[in-house]
Design a protein around this ligand. Structure first.
Ligand SMILES: *[C@@H]1O[C@H](CO)[C@@H](O)[C@H](O)[C@H]1NC(C)=O
Ligand SMILES: *[C@@H]1O[C@H](CO)[C@@H](O)[C@H](O)[C@H]1NC(C)=O
Ligand SMILES: *[C@@H]1O[C@H](CO)[C@@H](O)[C@H](O)[C@H]1NC(C)=O
Ligand SMILES: *[C@@H]1O[C@H](CO)[C@@H](O)[C@H](O)[C@H]1NC(C)=O
Length: 442
């Protein structure tokens, strides 16, 4: 009897939680992506070398993001008509970190999403009768005029220009919440490096590091997580550039490459998202912003936004992946050691160039309930309680509210937000504290 009631309860719960994706309206997507391949910092395996243009988005990187844009066009313009085929300023918001390669990545993605000649043309009346309006009357130094293009599109070949917003790095809490806006990371990082976890994980990768050192003729005794990470940063970028400098022994060993990439990713987590406080603090501005963007879409009928795009880094993608419980250094280590408990969800694949997360905001047509689905590199993820690909928006909001810290700035800048020690009110507090403590002593 009891059992059947519980069964019934479970079944009705499942129905209540179940959303029908095929009977839902897609309202908005929030997309976060990493930049494309970048120019390696060195052509050799030299950590001190600074190659010209290192760090900039490479030609391959430009194509990667352009292609991603074309694929998003297929999914969100053609197959599911969410975004208009023509660029519409009130539908799209794009923000990038203030870094050349991420800004360029955003431009490349947009060129794929809104292909050349998809936009509007200049009215015939202007082209035929008021051509002088197309000229701002710039006074050339010489006498040879520059001819107007023949296109009816504003820009040659119908290129579609779209704004990309940036916030200076020192204020970019949403995308770089682990960065300059959180000086406390400078204290957390060295503490993490001294931790037992850091030492244990380094030793778990002992064989890989040894083999890596042999192949690349490096001194294994001088390789720690930091230096391995820096070498890998060069090698990965080189693989997308010209792999001539990379020994065949490494290129032919897919398993070693994969393990080393996992180590690379682990280093990011062990530095930036290691302690529970770090995990919550760094992603707080991002999650708060995400919830705000989703909530406003749901509650404000005038909100026309349909695509909210963010261009950033692997560190940002990892920050959000862990904030959504899709990964953590603990589960990456367990996956590597093959000790991950059965049924535990862990996304331990490396966040390669162009890695992307898409949060889809949907409304169930039958119940009108709002829910979200999350795609990582296109694949739907298990979210919230990790048993389904759907999460009720209100439940998601509750989970975020319970996860984020209420005082990011205070945690990240304790020195500047601290009150003067001997202000009168603090003095009062300290005297109360002294009384309480002496009471305990007696
Ligand atoms: C939704 O439709 C797709 C394609 O038609 C199908 O593969 C999928 O199983 C459907 N999902 C559900 C939950 O019905
Ligand atoms: C970005 O571009 C500017 C201007 O061309 C250049 O000075 C700078 O070094 C580039 N790289 C970065 C990482 O900002
Ligand atoms: C992540 O996991 C924690 C601990 O199980 C849980 O409290 C939190 O709600 C989860 N967050 C999300 C977004 O699912
Ligand atoms: C005591 O300290 C708390 C926390 O810093 C502060 O909110 C409160 O105003 C202080 N109390 C007095 C009496 O000033």
């Amino acid at each position: 009897m009891k059992k059947s009631i519980i069964c019934l309860l479970l079944v009705s719960l499942a129905i209540a939680q179940g959303f029908d994706v095929n009977n839902s309206d897609l309202k908005m997507i929030v997309t976060l992506h990493r930049h494309g391949a970048r120019i390696p910092s060195s052509e050799k395996l030299d950590l001190k070398d600074k190659a010209p243009n290192s760090g900039e988005l490479s030609l391959v990187g430009q194509r990667q993001l352009f292609y991603l844009g074309q694929q998003l066009n297929k999914d969100y313009v053609q197959d599911t008509p969410l975004l208009s085929a023509k660029y519409n300023p009130s539908e799209i918001y794009y923000r990038s970190t203030d870094v050349n390669r991420t800004i360029m990545s955003a431009q490349c993605l947009l060129a794929g999403l809104y292909p050349a000649q998809s936009g509007d043309q200049i009215p015939d009346d202007i082209l035929n009768n008021k051509k002088e309006l197309l000229d701002v009357n710039f006074k050339l130094r010489g006498n040879t005029p520059v001819n107007q293009i023949a296109d009816k599109f504003p820009i040659q070949n119908g290129y579609q220009s779209i704004p990309i917003h940036v916030v200076e790095r020192s204020r970019d809490k949403i995308l770089l919440g682990y960065g300059d806006t959180c000086p406390e990371e400078e204290k957390w990082n060295p503490e993490n490096q001294q931790s037992e976890d850091w030492k244990r994980i380094t030793s778990e990768f002992k064989d890989q590091i040894q083999r890596f050192a042999t192949i690349f003729k490096l001194d294994a005794t001088k390789l720690d997580l930091y230096t391995v990470y820096n070498y890998m940063d060069i090698i990965i970028a080189q693989q997308y550039e010209n792999s001539q400098n990379i020994p065949a022994e490494y290129q032919n060993d897919a398993q070693l490459q994969f393990d080393m990439e996992i180590l690379y990713n682990l280093r990011i987590h062990l530095s930036l998202y290691k302690t529970p406080l770090q995990k919550r603090t760094t992603v707080t501005p991002f999650l708060n912003n995400l919830v705000q963007v989703l909530s406003d879409k749901v509650s404000n009928p005038k909100n026309k936004l349909k695509g909210y795009f963010l261009s950033a880094h692997d560190t940002t993608v990892n920050m959000v992946l862990q904030g959504l419980n899709l990964t953590s250094w603990e589960c990456i280590e367990q996956s590597f050691m093959k000790t991950l408990p059965k049924g535990t969800f862990c996304n331990f694949s490396p966040t390669r160039y162009g890695a992307n997360l898409i949060v889809e905001l949907r409304q169930d047509k039958a119940t009108t309930k709002n829910f979200i689905m999350v795609r990582y590199n296109g694949e739907y993820q298990m979210i919230c309680d990790q048993t389904t690909q759907y999460c009720d928006l209100d439940e998601f909001k509750n989970r975020v509210a319970n996860f984020v810290v209420p005082n990011y700035d205070e945690i990240c800048n304790p020195d500047t937000t601290e009150k003067p020690l001997y202000s009168s009110s603090n003095y009062l507090n300290y005297s109360i504290l002294a009384v309480i403590i002496s009471a305990f002593l007696i």
